[in-house]
Every structure is written in structure tokens, then in C-alpha cells.
Design a protein around this ligand. Structure first.
Ligand SMILES: Cc1ncc(COP(=O)(O)O)c(C=O)c1O
Length: 394
């Protein structure tokens, strides 16, 4: 017999989540999660599924019939896209300019693909000419890119030009929109993206668990015409079609409460209006950017490809990034994060996402950073930072 565990009631601290995700969850979304469960085939849930799909199409700006929440985190939606679109022996063209491009490459490799790379330094977007050259050289079957690289804070600009370059060689284009959906301009249909996946815990401000995915007919035709089934049974889109398509037959038990949450988060997007929401992210994150710059800190990416949802702030010389992160967590209950991969130790990653993208959070981040730097003996001008942010928010 094992001893009865003595575990207290759950009482996590109240953090302000301004890191790379998860972001602060809107109270309406939390409330939706605590509403009664129905069965995953209940007629009322079938209606909720339809509504969620309709709301997802709006957020993605697509008419794609095949638009669903995948059960799992963003990586599950990523693996669903790549694992179904890449057949053994296919050539997959992946970017080198960040941590999540590497993850795409790894997933394509595991799906049996031959991975080739198109390069840009970490912190820079892909150049459409380089994509065109790589397509010429490798003739890929599938090309993947990351719209909003959470590891570097760089936004992929010129998306229509890179999708056009891939389509000239008949490659399908799959976009990682985990840190852009609902926060940064994204137009799946207008930009000719064949498949896009995302996560709920970034600009949608929803707990992780049900992750957006959309595929156009061309992409779905490839999935349904595969010679061999996708290697993952759980993420096989031809099987999931039975549940999310017309049939509504059991495949696996959907994470009901996560679908409720996503539906509510997407309702908030629709109420605000997608373009207004993109503009809010740009305005509020713009104040954060102005504030850190006025404090004397640099931002990593060039202004042309600055990513409002994820601000990569350079760590000043002689400062221990971990000490700053620990300080703001301890004294302000504020979460920010360190760099990832090649940029570890060089940047702080400060998110400005969804319900977190509010002026009061910008003020908190700037005040907490100024205090932390002061306590740790770094020379920054906290007052100038606050004044610059206030100016932008007026
Ligand atoms: C750009 C990008 N892609 C994929 C992922 C993977 O998402 P998840 O951690 O929800 O599995 C993340 C997570 O941070 C991300 O930022």
C-alpha cells in the first residue's frame, strides 16, 4: 500500500505573463472553461465545433473548409501539418533563422522527408530571392516558414513573395503562425499559404490544449492522396476528417473544455475585430519598444521586421539575464523570459500578446525592469523609458 499523499489545495501565484507564452488568459475564457462538460458527440457540442471552426476561419482570414483545433499544444498542430503533408522521400525546405524552423526540420525528417535548408541569420526574415534560389536548387515538395519567430522576435515580411516563389516550383507552403495568429497581420488566403498552424496560448490568450490548424483544398488533397498513412495515428488528418468533417464520428475524445476556451477566445477576437486587434498589438507593443529603447536598451531585430507580439530586448553588457528575470518574478510576480538557442544569454523575450497587450502591463514591465537593473547595478534610465511609453500610449 502506498501512503496517502498529503497535497494541499491548488493555489498558484498570480503572475503577469509577459514572456513568450502562455499569455494572460481573459476572465471570460477562464469562465468558459469551467462551464459544464457535454459529450464530444453531443448535438450541442457539434454546434460548438461548427462555431469554433467558423471563428477560426475569421482569425486565419481564410475560407478553408478544413480549419480545426488540433487536440494538443502548438507542436501537435505543427506535427499534424508537417507529418501529414510530408511523405517519405519528399523534399522539405526549412528555414535556418530560428529555433522553431529547426523544429519544423526535425518533424519533417521524422516524417521521412529529406530536409534541405534556406538560410537567414537568427533575427532576420528569409529573403524572397533566397527562397526562390533554394526552390530552384532543391525543387521542394513542401516549404515551411515561421511567420513570427518566438526565439528571435523577428517577423517574416514579404510573405506573398515567398509563397509565390515556392508555388512557382509547385511546392506546398506551410506557415508557423503560433505567435502571430490573432495579434499580427496574417492573411492566409490573400497570402496564398496552403497550410498554417498555431497555438492558443499566445495572441489568443487561451490556455494551451486545442491548437488551430487550417489547410486549403490543395494541401488536403495531398493529405488524402498519400500512398502510406501518416506515421501518427492520433494526428492523421484523414482520420480526423471523420470527426471534424461532415460525418462527426468518434476518433478520439476532444478536449471539450479547451474547445470551449478557444471558442470564447476567438469570440473576443471577433468582437474586437481582427484588424483592430492587430493595431492594438502594434500600438501597445510599440509603447513597450519605445520605453525599453528610451531606457537605453536595444531591440534585437531591425525595425522593419520587429514582431509586436514578442520583443527581443538585448541584455546590457555585464548584466546577468537570469538575475533580472528572477528579480522581476520575485518582486513583481512578472514573467519574462531569456533567449533561446543561439540567442541564449543575449536577449530577454518580452511578450505582448492578446489580453496581455494592455497599457498597464507595459507600465509594469518598464517599472519592474528599471527597478531590477537599478538593484543589479546596471545603468538604465527608467524615467525616460516610462515617459517614452506614456507618450506613445496617449
Ligand atoms: C513559433 C512557435 N512554433 C511552435 C511552438 C510550439 O508550441 P507549443 O509549445 O505550444 O507546443 C511555439 C511555442 O512557443 C512557437 O513559439
Amino acid at each position: 500500500m502506498q501512503e496517502t499523499p498529503d497535497v494541499g489545495e491548488l493555489s498558484p501565484p498570480q503572475r503577469t505573463l509577459m514572456g513568450p507564452g502562455p499569455s494572460p488568459v481573459h476572465p471570460r475564457v477562464l469562465k468558459a472553461m469551467s462551464t459544464p462538460l457535454v459529450g464530444h458527440l453531443d448535438p450541442s457540442f457539434v454546434e460548438i465545433m461548427d462555431e469554433t471552426q467558423e471563428l477560426l476561419r475569421y482569425a486565419f482570414q481564410t475560407d478553408n473548409q478544413w480549419t480545426i483545433p488540433v487536440s494538443g499544444t502548438g507542436s501537435a498542430a505543427m506535427e499534424a501539418a508537417i507529418g501529414n503533408l510530408v511523405e517519405p522521400g519528399d523534399t522539405f525546405l526549412a528555414p535556418t533563422n530560428g529555433y522553431f524552423g529547426d523544429r519544423m526540420a526535425e518533424m519533417a525528417r521524422r516524417a521521412g522527408g529529406d530536409v534541405v535548408r534556406v538560410g537567414a541569420p537568427w533575427g532576420e526574415p528569409l529573403d524572397p530571392d533566397d527562397v526562390a534560389d533554394a526552390c530552384e536548387e532543391f525543387d521542394p515538395d513542401v516549404f515551411g516558414f515561421v511567420h513570427a519567430e518566438t526565439s528571435t522576435g523577428a517577423k517574416q515580411t514579404n510573405v506573398p513573395a515567398i509563397t509565390a516563389a515556392a508555388h512557382e516550383h509547385d511546392a506546398l507552403v506551410v506557415a508557423d503562425t503560433v505567435t502571430s495568429l490573432g495579434g499580427v497581420e496574417l492573411r492566409v488566403d490573400d497570402w496564398n499559404i496552403d497550410a498554417a498552424y498555431s497555438g492558443p496560448q499566445k495572441c489568443l490568450s487561451c490556455p494551451p490544449g486545442a491548437s488551430p490548424l487550417t489547410l486549403n483544398d490543395r494541401a488536403m488533397d495531398k493529405v488524402l492522396d498519400r500512398d502510406a498513412p501518416a506515421r501518427s495515428w492520433y494526428l492523421d488528418l484523414s482520420l480526423l476528417e471523420g470527426y471534424w468533417g461532415d460525418e462527426r464520428a468518434y476518433h478520439h475524445t476532444a478536449p471539450i473544455s479547451n474547445v470551449y476556451a478557444l471558442r470564447e477566445a476567438l469570440r473576443l477576437v471577433a468582437e474586437e475585430g481582427i484588424e483592430e486587434r492587430w493595431a492594438r498589438h502594434e500600438r501597445v507593443a510599440g509603447a513597450l519598444k519605445a520605453g525599453v529603447e528610451a531606457m537605453g536598451l536595444g531591440l534585437n531585430p531591425e525595425p522593419d521586421y520587429w514582431l509586436p507580439s514578442l520583443n527581443a530586448v538585448r541584455v546590457p553588457d555585464g548584466v546577468d539575464d537570469g538575475a533580472v528575470i528572477d528579480y522581476v518574478l520575485e518582486h513583481y510576480d512578472l514573467e519574462i523570459a531569456s533567449g533561446l538557442g543561439d540567442l541564449e544569454g543575449d536577449i530577454f523575450r518580452i511578450g505582448c500578446m492578446g489580453h496581455g497587450a494592455r497599457p498597464e502591463n507595459v507600465t509594469l514591465v518598464l517599472a519592474a525592469l528599471a527597478d531590477a537593473f537599478d538593484a543589479l547595478g546596471a545603468d538604465v534610465d527608467g524615467a525616460a523609458g516610462m515617459a517614452a511609453a506614456r507618450e506613445q500610449l496617449r
